[in-house]
Design a protein around this ligand. Structure first.
Ligand code: ADE
Length: 234
């Protein structure tokens, strides 16, 4: 999966993406993450990206031209990467060429649809994700005409879309085949069926400061263990 992130602050990402599972996913070539600096699409010698709102009010809004130019540049890179494979016998490349729906442009905004595990799973189906991080007090509404989806990670307002983009990338990439060590861990864990929580788990020692591991887990009786876990999840 190719992920392009449009942001004014690309330096925010490497600490999160260059460690642990996300690093592993990139190292294995399962996910390729790159950044498009919105500033480079700014207007004039000062590379202006924001302006005051029509109708008055506090703060500045991201202008539509730089944002839409950045989105279009990202889309071009998607098309280019498909052409570059040059392999007409590669069914995945052919499908991507034929079906632009394999790529999705997502704007991170508190006004978007609430993000869920089901949405994370849905996004794993795409070859290309383009994530647009808005900043400052907001963005010109016309930008929304150029995105496929608007996603919110919760009913609170952050200073920008960068942290939400990290949340989306982390939750999607870890579900891609080959990323998680234990192949079933993504399946059994919390929220994966959208309803039940993960059952509690324990490791050594058996007795930690008087807090004991439930007996059933030490019993070796797998039917009983399954029953206990199912019960706890529910
Ligand atoms: N940008 C600012 N707050 C946000 C949120 N809660 N979700 C997505 N993008 C945001």
């Amino acid at each position: 999966m190719k992920i392009q992130i449009i942001t004014l602050f690309p330096e925010m990402f490497p600490g999160v993406f260059n460690a642990s599972m996300l690093w592993k996913a990139q190292d294995k070539g399962i996910a390729e993450i790159s950044y498009i600096n919105l500033r480079s699409f700014g207007i004039g010698p000062r590379k202006q990206v924001d302006d005051t709102p029509y109708g008055g009010g506090d703060g500045m809004l991201l202008k539509p031209e730089p944002l839409v130019a950045a989105i279009e540049a990202a889309q071009q890179r998607t098309a280019y990467s498909v052409q570059r494979t040059g392999d007409k016998t590669n069914p995945k490349a052919a499908r991507s060429t034929l079906n632009a729906q394999r790529s999705k442009v997502i704007l991170l905004t508190p006004r978007g649809e609430r993000y869920t595990q089901a949405k994370a799973r849905e996004l794993t189906q795409y070859d290309d994700l383009i994530l647009v991080c808005a900043r400052y007090e907001g963005y010109d509404e016309r930008v929304t005409e150029y995105v496929d989806e608007q996603i919110s990670i919760g009913d609170y307002v952050l200073t920008g879309g960068e942290i939400p983009a990290m949340v989306v990338v982390d939750s999607v990439v870890r579900l891609l085949p080959g990323v998680l060590g234990g192949e079933t861990s993504a399946l059994i864990e919390s929220f994966s069926d959208g309803q039940n929580l993960e059952y509690p788990q324990y490791t050594r020692p058996e007795n930690f400061r008087g807090l004991k591991v439930p007996n059933v887990l030490l019993s070796g009786n797998h039917a009983e263990i399954d029953k206990w876990r199912k019960n706890k999840s529910e």
